[in-house]
Design a protein around this ligand. Structure first.
Ligand SMILES: Cc1cc2nc3c(=O)[nH]c(=O)nc-3n(C[C@H](O)[C@H](O)[C@H](O)COP(=O)(O)OP(=O)(O)OC[C@H]3O[C@@H](n4cnc5c(N)ncnc54)[C@H](O)[C@@H]3O)c2cc1C
Length: 284
């Protein structure tokens, strides 16, 4: 079969690309070695819709802001549960409290220019809004969200299927031949031809790129996420970090759309720091 565009990977990235392309009169194919879409990293994340991302002037940050603005419309259109909330960056000691105005000033400049409101909240308001949180005050950043990522992936898939996108699931890409006017994709289930190929293979994108003669390296880290029954907080609660740790992926107490709570991912920060934020949990 010959396609205009073949997308390798049916995670949230590959599916969103296919969703956009499904609006055009072109032949699109999505290939994934898993038998269900969204079975890579996209099956196991925290579901947070981020705002500005460090480094603040990066493409990643620009796309996070644009993506954030699109989510309400897409969630409504695809009937996916979404909930808007704030992130509270919590001051855990006197040192943090002293620098809170300076943190506000910086974040307000960076986030404020994209329309995300930033404000300082004192201990009384923090206690009232988040009785389970242990802190002396916080900087609140509005505009975050949490989404049901399982619904999102399955609804993107359904939309694509209904709008003419073909899927080759259970199909592993193992090689490629780049010809003058098309690419031959070699898989365990035979060949596919496409004019353009999009590499959306997530953790394995460097391996896939290599099949096409491109070389780059990805660095990996391992962490832990804990999921608790019941809601512990109404907003995303993160520790205020004055010196960003380049190795950590972040880490927070995150309410989900299911009424459960996630702590993590830990990766370098450790559950200990996240745990220190909480007065009591459904576990303790
Ligand atoms: C613990 C954790 C928490 C996270 N929390 C958040 C969060 O709250 N908010 C947020 O925005 N992001 C979060 N992320 C990041 C987010 O989950 C990922 O950025 C996103 O899921 C990546 O999607 P993807 O489509 O690029 O990759 P994947 O979902 O991994 O999809 C890649 C697909 O490619 C397929 N594939 C690979 N190689 C081949 C091959 N050779 N042939 C055929 N198919 C192949 C795989 O089977 C897979 O299905 C988190 C990540 C982690 C690990």
């Amino acid at each position: 079969m010959s396609y205009d565009i073949a997308i390798i990977g049916s995670g949230v990235v590959g599916l969103f690309i296919a969703y956009e392309l499904a609006h055009y009169r072109i032949r699109v194919l999505v290939i994934d070695r898993e038998v269900e879409p969204g079975f890579g990293v996209s099956k196991g994340h925290a579901g947070v819709i981020h705002v500005v991302q460090p480094p603040f002037n990066s493409l990643r940050s620009k796309l996070a802001v644009e993506g954030n603005r699109l989510y309400d419309g897409i969630a409504k259109r695809l009937h996916v549960r979404i909930r808007r909330l704030s992130a509270l960056l919590v001051a855990r000691n006197l040192g943090h409290l002293i620098v809170l105005p300076a943190v506000w000033l910086i974040l307000n400049r960076v986030y404020g220019k994209h329309g995300f409101r930033v404000r300082i909240i004192g201990p009384r308001e923090l206690r009232r809004r988040e009785p389970n949180v242990n802190g002396l005050g916080a900087v609140e950043v509005e505009g975050y969200g949490v989404i049901n990522s399982f619904e999102l992936v399955s609804q993107l898939y359904n939309f694509c299927k209904l709008n003419g996108v073909d899927f080759a699931l259970g199909t592993e890409v193992r090689g490629a031949k780049v010809l003058d006017d098309e690419v031959v994709i070699l898989t365990n289930r035979g060949e596919y031809r496409a004019k353009y190929v999009v590499n959306a293979a997530g953790l394995y994108s460097a391996d896939v790129a290599r099949l096409f003669g491109d070389e780059y390296r990805l660095e990996f880290g391992k962490g832990v996420m804990l999921v608790f029954w019941g809601e512990q907080t109404r907003n995303i609660i993160a520790p205020l970090q004055l010196i960003p740790n380049p190795k950590t992926k972040g880490g927070a107490v995150i309410p989900t759309v299911f009424g459960t709570t996630i702590w993590g991912p830990s990766l370098s920060m450790g559950e200990r720091v996240i745990g220190q934020l909480m007065r009591r949990t459904s576990m303790s």
